[in-house]
Ligand binder design. Structure first.
Ligand SMILES: [Zn+2]
Length: 436
């Protein structure tokens, strides 16, 4: 079969007189991966020294992240979410939080780079450690008023609105890997989502063995891998499974600082595919299709952010390291695959803060001065590292409106991201690379 394809390919070249050159884009999004989350991970794992792969990437810029208000799209919201950030990255346009590639207030669909790639004959893949219909992957392949309209019958769907999973399958995303078993029995027309997916040529894979088997689908097939009911479990957890805590005080309201502890492996993650494994499989599938146009692949490390919401620094760092290993794998792929660019960025920042250690002389030592959730961790090198989440006294920390990094590898000189840019510029530049 491959032999026939190669012959046809050579025939195509001799007829047109030009060599078809496939172009590929791999866009990696660390959800909630602001510089604070990166610094925390670098400090914990490498004691501030070299070790993170992303620190070795030479081309780096900083992206300004904003969103719009839904009640008045003329006004800015200075903190976005994964829906507005995903939409900015997928469409190059701003919207309000919770919206998936629809305009603020007016709910009009905004075209995504993945849709344009499909229309132009490219293959498209989406990989996430979250449920595959989560805001980041959804922003590339669906248009809904609310990110939680994921499957039929959910309250967030407007009357008659087509849910995210229905739209993703109808668009025909070639490779989808992530969580989402709960979507399979959902209603679609007279049957289920699973029946519809199979009718559209999807091979559904459900566990790490099938993922790692190395048996690729038929060249004409699509692949949908579901490895959890909803989101995939995180790789790491806090000491004794605990997240950051409100600080304890004695009878005089003096702080009783906790002892520094190490992060642990999360036993629930055992048997779960890593982001790197899923991304490798997606690249194998897309490569095997030998599409003469090329492919667009989005890979999301989703739970850097989900753990930060929970004030779970160990959870966040374990996911950050998994994401970092995936970036390395993607760039190694690009190094041996001509005309392949890799862009690494985040959708928004999280609430993580690296703060002073208790020994610091002016450190305030009463309970009133430490209002949020506090964790003292022991780094790989035996240093003590303080992590603080102060946007809520409970486990629902917010995002923050800081800039996010933009790393790139393989971009032509005139398209390399440099200096301070707007998050919305990324899509236009990738589209220029891929389609022009
Ligand atoms: Zn979030």
């Amino acid at each position: 079969m491959r032999q026939i394809f190669i012959s046809l390919f050579i025939l195509a070249i001799s007829v047109t007189g030009a060599v078809a050159k496939p172009k590929n884009v791999i866009l990696l999004i660390g959800d909630g991966m602001g510089e604070a989350e990166i610094a925390l991970t670098r400090n914990y794992e490498f004691d501030s020294g070299p070790g993170l792969y992303i620190d070795t990437i030479k081309n780096k810029a900083s992206a300004i992240v904003v969103a719009l208000r839904n009640d008045d799209p003329e006004k800015y919201a200075f903190v976005g979410d994964s829906a507005s950030g995903g939409t900015a990255l997928a469409t190059g346009m701003l919207t309000s939080v919770r919206r998936i590639s629809t305009t603020a207030m007016y709910n009009k669909p905004m075209k995504t780079i993945a849709e344009e790639a499909k229309e132009k004959g490219f293959n498209v893949g989406l990989v996430s450690t979250a449920v595959i219909t989560d805001a980041t992957p959804a922003s590339f392949a669906a248009h809904v008023n609310n990110r939680y309209c994921m499957r039929y019958g959910q309250d967030s769907c407007l009357p008659g609105e087509k849910p995210i999973i229905d739209q993703m399958l109808e668009l025909g995303i070639d490779v989808m890997l992530g969580g989402g078993n709960l979507h399979l029995p959902a209603k679609y027309a007279d049957g289920t989502i699973e029946e519809f997916a199979v009718s559209q040529g999807y091979e559904i894979i459900r566990d790490i063995d099938q993922l790692a088997s190395g048996e690729l689908s038929n060249k004409n097939d699509k692949v949908w891998g579901v490895f959890a009911d909803h989101h995939l479990p995180r790789e790491w957890q806090g000491p004794d499974g605990k997240w950051a805590q409100l600080i304890e005080t004695d009878a005089d309201n003096n702080v009783i600082f906790p002892k520094a502890r190490r992060c642990e492996l999360n036993p629930e993650h055992a048997g779960t595919p890593t982001l790197e494994m899923m991304s490798k499989r997606a690249l194998d599938e897309l490569t095997a299709k030998q599409n003469e146009k090329g492919f667009f692949l989005m890979i999301e490390g989703a739970s850097i952010d989900k753990a930060a919401h929970d004030a779970d620094p160990c959870g966040s760092m374990g996911e950050m390291l998994a994401f970092d290993r995936t970036v390395k794998m993607a760039i190694e792929y690009a190094k041996k695959t001509p005309d392949t660019v890799v862009v690494v960025t985040a959708d928004h920042g999280g609430a993580t803060q690296n703060i002073h250690h208790p020994y610091y002389e002016d450190y305030k030592r009463t309970g009133d001065n430490i209002p949020g959730l506090y964790n003292l961790l022991e780094t790989n090198g035996g240093n003590e590292l303080v992590v603080f989440y102060g946007t809520n006294r409970e486990y629902d920390q917010t995002h923050t409106g800081i800039n996010v990094p933009v790393f790139s590898y393989g971009m032509p000189d005139d398209l390399v991201f440099r200096g301070t840019i707007r998050q919305t510029e990324i899509k236009d530049t990738l589209a220029e690379y891929l389609f022009e």
